[in-house]
Design a protein around this ligand. Structure first.
Ligand code: ADP
Ligand code: MG
Length: 697
């Protein structure tokens, strides 16, 4: 459908780009000419005021073209500060540029012309600039107009890709190839919104004639990204829930009470609300496509089990897929335990994980295909080709962000439009739900089961560390277990972080000597990890020193203490996840954050966790501090990459784009109308294979 355009040619087609520079571009993820055109400057520098030394305006940003005369180094502040002072001249006079603690700068100026940009001041009768932007340029080259006398783009440099090379290559791409970039909107739409044409917008992002043009270009391209993202979401939602009917389950009061009798507790109000939302979906013919979110320990699994058993009561099979064998096993045990609460339950469960013996696996697969199994609890193994269901009615995906769109779809395709329930314990800030989960209905468990003791979180300062280890020794002596979490596996010289290995050795020899320690990290083989976890679970290990591999799904009630080393290296949401791993038993849980971060900022950020136990609040805080990256593995969600959109800043635009996208998809569900063809092509391009998921491409 989509025609290949020269825009998809390699950047090597551009003058001045050979294999070496192409490799540099590739490192920045720029492969094609299109990639290049859509790699926007990280910033611009307004060098419209191009001046000479004699005419330099004081206090304003100016650009000068000068040549170096000499350079010297000075020490200041008792030798702690090195000043590099370079004298420059042009035909009208001399000036000085000063750099602090950058001795290497001397070597950069070897006689050729230099462009300096910054604010100038007069000091002791001579014009001075501190830390000016600088570029070596050849005053005679015609392409100097790219670097001075205008608003100049600043790109991410790497290898031999200097700013000059970037600009030259970009300008030639713009001149030769930009005219091939199609417009994606009809003319009247552009006019109504006052948007510049697409080609002009891209050009003005790189080389704007003035600041206003860049703003307009930015607004239009942000809108483009929002609309394409929302179109992808809208198409996908339509495909899942609106195109063809699924099945309708009967959930009678009798079934309801039979399921509830399996739980040795009453569901919380929040769980009941979610059960109702899910049951309503299941009764409907259209397939459920719902997200169940809630903090770790809020009781999601129980709610999911309700849905699964309701389907089984309707003689359908169900599958729950978890991201690791550990989690799958845990679910298996939990489900078996609940089923064991009824003496006459005939529900048959099976576990399918990697590394099973062949005959064991064959047994499960055969029973699944014949309909002898009701519930399959599995890892990714469930999506293997030879795994076939007799009649798959409900699919539950745990920790859904660990799976790609394709994997989720593959599992669902093993049934005839089954109901799909995805779960996550990474609460999504409400402002993000629209973007990340725009194609899902959302149920939220916002309350913990009663009687849960909140985990105590502390952020001791350095001087209290010894006391903290003493406290941990006391807990261990009482028979408790502890986690020590470390962010990296191997010593990293640059970051100087304690690796898990090093922490393990130090603790064994020092603070925790005499206790049984074990080390667990991501580079170990699966089986080895499993063995260590089993030993910890069985109580044969007192302290598990680990990298974040334990993040997902560990349930060890006797482990009530967790210490996080270099806590500042973690995102808040991630720390909150880790915290959810403790305090699962009767003992008070203790979550201790160690950090030698100097800045108040880091401590302030971490102290959020001390003050709130609410995953949503933590997520909002994380979002405001670190931006949406944490939450948006956009690729994983099968959404187009967002380069310009800031999900928080652009929320209003996203909402608006959503309305427009829904309208378009409603009247033209596969984007066939002539006025939508370019949009469709653009989506196909952006989504690649994922495009097929949503019925285009
Ligand atoms: P999640 O999957 O959200 O992490 P689980 O469903 O595993 O949470 O529940 C965590 C723990 O709380 C489990 O031991 C579970 O049996 C228990 N639990 C769940 N719901 C309730 C409830 N309503 N009352 C008491 N305990 C509950
Ligand atoms: Mg249904």
């Amino acid at each position: 459908m989509s025609t290949r355009s020269t825009l998809d040619n390699s950047v090597q087609f551009l003058p001045g780009v050979g294999p070496a520079r192409a490799a540099d571009f590739a490192r920045l993820n720029v492969h094609t000419i299109r990639d290049l055109l859509f790699t926007f400057p990280r910033d611009v520098s307004d060098r419209s005021n191009f001046s000479t030394i004699a005419d330099a305006k004081i206090g304003e940003d100016i650009a000068l073209i000068v040549r170096p005369v000499d350079a010297r180094e000075k020490k200041a502040r008792g030798g702690r500060l090195t000043l590099t002072v370079v004298r420059f001249a042009d035909d009208t006079g001399e000036m000085e540029a000063i750099w602090f603690n950058s001795p290497w700068i001397m070597d950069k100026f070897q006689g050729g012309n230099v462009m300096l940009f910054g604010k100038a001041k007069f000091d002791f009768g001579i014009l001075k600039m501190e830390h000016p932007q600088h570029e070596l340029i050849d005053a005679d080259l015609p392409d100097n107009v790219l670097h001075i006398g205008r608003i100049v783009p600043l790109y991410p440099c790497t290898g031999k890709l200097t700013q000059q090379v970037w600009r030259k290559v970009m300008m030639s791409a713009i001149e030769k190839f930009l005219p091939e970039l199609p417009e994606i909107y009809p003319a009247d739409f552009l006019q109504n919104r006052g948007f510049p044409f697409r080609q002009k917008a891209v050009r003005d992002m790189h080389f704007p004639p003035d600041a206003g043009a860049r703003e307009q270009a930015f607004a239009r391209l942000v809108f483009d990204e929002c609309l394409l993202m929302q179109l992808a979401i809208s198409l996908s939602r339509r495909r899942y829930v609106e195109e063809l009917p699924g099945r309708s389950f009967r959930i009678t009061p009798e079934i309801d009470s039979r399921i509830r009798s399996l739980f040795p507790f009453r569901l919380t109000a929040a769980q009941n609300k979610c059960v109702k939302e899910i049951s309503d979906d299941m009764r409907e013919e259209r397939p459920m496509h719902r997200l169940l979110q809630g903090d770790v320990g809020s009781g999601k699994t129980v709610v999911a089990l309700y849905a699964m058993l309701a389907a089984v009561a309707n003689k359908a099979q169900v599958c729950i897929m978890a991201p690791t064998g550990l989690l799958a096993r845990q679910h298996f045990e939990t489900i078996e335990k609940f089923l064991g609460n009824s003496s006459h339950s005939k529900v048959k469960t099976g576990l399918l994980v990697g590394g099973m013996k062949k005959d064991e696996r064959d047994g499960i697969i055969n029973r699944l295909a014949s309909g002898a199994l009701d519930i399959l609890i599995a890892t990714h193994s469930a999506i293997q080709k030879d795994v076939k269901f007799y009649d798959l009615g409900v699919v539950v995906i745990d920790e859904q962000h660990k799976f790609g769109v394709r994997q989720r779809a593959t599992l669902a395709e093993k049934g005839t439009r089954p109901d799909v329930l995805v779960m996550t314990a990474t609460p999504i800030p409400r402002s993000l739900a629209l973007t990340v989960y725009g194609d899902l209905d959302v149920s939220t468990i916002d309350e913990l089961p009663p009687g849960r003791k909140p985990v105590k979180t502390s952020l001791p300062d350095k001087t209290r560390e010894a006391d903290m280890w003493k406290f941990i020794r006391r807990e261990l002596t009482k028979g408790r277990q502890a986690f020590v979490i470390s962010p990296l596996v191997e010593e990293s010289e640059t970051l100087d972080l304690k690796s898990a290995t090093e922490a393990y050795e130090q603790l064994m020899a020092g603070e925790l000597s005499g206790f049984r320690l074990a080390l667990l990290h991501g580079r170990m083989k699966r089986e080895e990890q499993q063995e260590i976890m089993d030993a910890f679970r069985a109580g044969a290990v007192d302290v598990l020193v680990s990298t974040v591999v334990i993040e997902v799904g560990v349930d060890i009630p006797n482990a009530n203490v967790m210490v996080v080393l270099h806590a500042e290296r973690f995102g808040l949401a991630q720390l909150h996840q880790l915290r959810g791993r403790i305090g699962r038993g009767d003992e008070q849980g203790h979550f201790i954050l160690l950090s030698d971060a100097k800045g108040d900022e880091a401590r302030r950020r971490l102290s959020t966790l001390v003050h709130t136990a609410d995953g949503f609040k933590v997520a909002e805080e994380d979002l405001s501090i670190r931006g949406p990256g944490e939450f948006l593995g956009t690729k994983q969600h099968g959404l187009p990459d967002l380069k310009l959109v800031d999900i928080v800043r652009d929320l209003a635009t996203i909402r608006e784009a959503r309305k427009i996208a829904d309208k378009i998809v409603k009247i033209d569900p596969v984007l066939q109308q002539p006025s939508h063809l370019t949009l469709r092509e653009e989506l196909v391009l952006l989504l690649g294979k994922e495009g097929a998921e949503i019925g285009i491409g």
